[in-house]
Design a protein around this ligand. Structure first.
Ligand code: PGA
Length: 259
């Protein structure tokens, strides 16, 4: 059975107290679930990573699923080290037990002007440090309207994965997140999701990359719509923003993925 993935992207939400309360409520609920085929990632603010890491470590005995909880960072710098005030390197993240890093989230592409060539460097840093890159891709509304959505995603993948061997690409996860669906309440239709995930799968297999590379969907997922999304072909799980901020909603999404 293929692994399923669910990543909670908390963006710039939650104080450390709120993050702690969330985890203290979430972890015991995972008790009821068994099945190690799920990777449950929590991507909080950098500041909260050690706190959350310690809470996950404490609860390892609670359920087999606790072993599948992964600390995920929302970003990292593209250089290994240096005079980059305010930045965090992949090596620093690995040294505190982070297992995965979001790369190229659309908010960073848009507000920090991150481009595919920069993302390619970040991916290499993440891999060098033994972590899993979660490469985000997705088209704008204009690209969708003009019919260039596949070309945009193809270019994002081609340029960000340039220089990697197929074995290296097999260590990644891809998250398809159409920009117009992120934080808007306007989830992509099942036909749109199926078409793009099939397209990404074909792109990967053309690079001789195994079917095992998970392709996640993100953008306005909620407990009501996820079941149908997770049932689409080539959807290995979700990258969840606002619906990951409340434990009860997030747990409903976990259950929908495992059903
Ligand atoms: P959303 O965010 O679920 O709030 O749309 C998803 C994301 O930004 O990863």
């Amino acid at each position: 059975m293929k692994k399923k993935y669910l990543i909670a992207n908390w963006k710039m939400y939650k104080t450390v107290q709120e993050a702690t309360h969330f985890m203290e409520a979430l972890l015991p609920q995972l008790k009821a679930i068994d099945g190690p085929e799920l990777v449950l990632g929590i991507a909080p603010s950098f500041v909260h990573l050690p706190t959350i890491g310690a809470l996950i470590g404490d609860k390892k005995s609670i359920s087999p699923l606790s072993n599948s909880i992964q600390l995920v960072a929302q970003n990292c710098h593209h250089e290994a080290a240096g005079a980059f005030t305010g930045e965090v390197s992949a090596g620093i993240l690995a040294s505190i037990g982070v297992g995965g890093v979001l790369i190229g989230h659309s908010e960073r592409r848009s507000y920090q002007k991150e481009d595919n060539l920069l993302l390619a460097k970040k991916i290499k840093r993440v891999l060098e440090n033994g972590m899993q890159p979660f490469l985000c891709c997705g088209e704008s509304l204009e690209a969708r309207k003009s019919g260039s959505h596949q070309a945009v995603v193809q270019q994002q993948l081609q340029e960000s994965l340039a220089g990697l061997t197929s074995k290296e690409i097999e260590k990644l996860a891809i998250a398809y997140e159409p920009v117009w669906a992120i934080g808007t309440g306007q989830v992509a239709g099942l036909d749109v999701i199926t078409e793009m995930h099939t397209f990404i799968r074909k792109f990967l297999s053309d690079q001789c990359v195994s079917e095992k590379v998970p392709i996640l969907y993100g953008g306005s997922c909620n407990p009501q719509n996820v079941k149908a999304i997770f049932n689409c072909p080539n959807v290995a799980g979700g990258l969840i923003g606002s619906a990951s901020l409340q434990v009860d909603q997030f747990m409903k999404i976990v259950m929908a993925l495992l059903e």
